[in-house]
Design a protein around this ligand. Structure first.
Ligand code: LLP
Length: 426
């Protein structure tokens, strides 16, 4: 939905003091624009509501939602942690000056070379996915004579109401080991007990993404606290940390359910405090909810094609290469004409891109007002999983990324044709 620092001046949209049209013409379209004040006020909510007097709380930003050195600096300055899904993520974070001890390294199939890289970099926590990975990690630490602290990923089997592709806690999900397989869990703790290099600080779970229902998060917290204290007493092993993952939903459409983030976070804290589990550290890993609704994409409209079959298409100069989510998850977005806000939205169109694919859709069956050639079209809530999932399909160029507060910060320049040749041998 519309980010809160957007306003209408002379029938045109502007972010703070900058008209969207002028950002589009200065930096080119498509263009990813982030409302920095919007992101920072989201971060404030997390910092205020996710606190406890009983244990330390750690906010781990899930960088897969959007990763850029400029934002790494903001996170670093506010002492947030970051989750990395690959050594590529770790590399970008370290190159940005992000503190390695605040990196939490994930992945269900890390290679030996990647584990070695992470151990050598001194990442704060490695989240181990399975017993095979644990045994390999121990060997690597022995070889390097280096110790490492880990969390172990488990699957609490909590069904969350979201798209199948972003559910991660079905009994058949590929991530972690099931909390119901206690024999395996005991075996894993034994492996930890009998080596001096890799220590187990606690468990990690993540139930899925774009979840608006508070109940699933509370259930996850309850189940994980119970599981942690059972395993701790069953195996006589101290477990002092718990990571409950991310997944907090945002609003994409007017009719999407409201998400009371503050309430969700306080409920999680209350649930963990009430469980009686004695913890030193509780982590969560929000991605989408930090950046998603403070980002938007600008496109330039070219033409409304009215087909013989009756369907109307609004052609814009981007599409599935800068936003794969409609094609991949049937995701829906709110679209507006930033050059002409007023007027009845009475034209039903599919907003589509330029790729050689019928699925190259930015917004399906959406309503828009009168659009003229070269109008600036804005798509809201594209701050998460759009830039990070962008591609060069059809040799399309990746858009620039700017952050806007009182000033404009170019976070990533627009790709140029010459960038397309950088990997090829001639
Ligand atoms: N922690 C772990 C271990 C995760 O796997 C994820 C997301 C998160 C945290 C952050 O979840 P968030 O707070 O952003 O919901 N590409 C999909 C989303 C995939 C999410 C993958 N894991 C999309 O565009 O909807």
């Amino acid at each position: 939905m519309k980010t809160k620092n957007l306003n209408v001046v002379n029938n045109k949209l502007q972010l703070g003091k900058y008209p969207l049209e002028s950002l589009a013409s200065k930096y080119g379209t498509p263009l990813y624009v982030y409302d920095q004040l919007g992101i920072e006020s989201k971060m404030d909510i997390f910092e205020d509501a996710f606190r406890s007097s009983k244990f330390k709380t750690c906010l781990v930003y899930a960088s897969k939602a959007f990763l850029a050195p400029y934002f790494c600096n903001i996170l670093n300055n506010r002492s947030w942690y970051q989750d990395a899904t690959s050594i590529g993520d770790i590399y970008v974070m370290l190159e940005s000056g992000f503190d390695a001890s605040r990196i939490v390294y994930h992945g269900n199939n890390k290679k030996d070379s990647e584990l070695e890289f992470a151990v050598k970099c001194g990442v704060g926590r490695i989240v181990v996915d399975n017993i095979n990975e644990l045994n390999r990690l121990i060997k690597i630490c022995q070889k390097l004579n280096q110790k490492v602290d880990t969390l172990f990923r488990v699957n609490p089997g909590i069904e969350a109401h979201t798209h199948y592709y972003i559910q991660t806690s079905l009994l058949s999900s590929k991530f972690g080991e099931s909390i119901f397989d206690l024999d395996l869990i005991k075996k894993i703790v034994e492996v930890y007990k009998h080596n001096e290099y890799v220590s187990l600080k606690g468990f990690h779970s993540h139930i899925g993404s774009q979840i608006s229902d508070e109940k699933s998060f509370v259930e996850n917290a309850k189940v994980m606290c119970e599981f942690t204290s059972n395993v701790s007493s069953l195996c006589n092993y101290p477990l002092t940390e718990l990571n409950l993952g991310g997944g907090f939903g945002i609003k994409y459409l007017e009719n999407d359910p409201d998400v009371n983030l503050k309430h969700m976070l306080s409920s999680i804290i209350e649930t963990v405090e009430a469980s009686g589990l004695s913890l030193e550290k509780l982590y969560i890993e929000p991605g989408r909810s930090v950046v998603g609704d403070s980002g938007l994409t600008l496109y330039t409209a070219s033409y409304v094609k009215k087909t013989y079959g009756g369907k109307n298409y609004l052609f814009v100069d981007g599409g599935m290469t800068d936003n794969i989510r409609p094609a991949l998850y049937n995701a829906a977005y709110t679209v507006e004409n930033a050059s002409n806000v007023s007027g009845e939205k009475d034209l039903k169109v599919d907003v589509v891109g330029r790729c050689c694919e019928s699925g190259d859709i930015v917004a399906k069956d959406t309503y828009i007002n009168d659009v003229k050639e070269n109008d600036c079209i804005v798509v809201y809530s594209t701050g998460a999983y759009c830039h990070s999932m962008s591609s060069n399909y059809n040799s399309m160029l990746k858009p620039a990324v700017i952050f806007v507060d009182d000033d404009i910060h170019v976070v990533s320049r627009r790709e140029e044709l010459s960038d397309l040749m950088k990997l090829y041998e001639k």
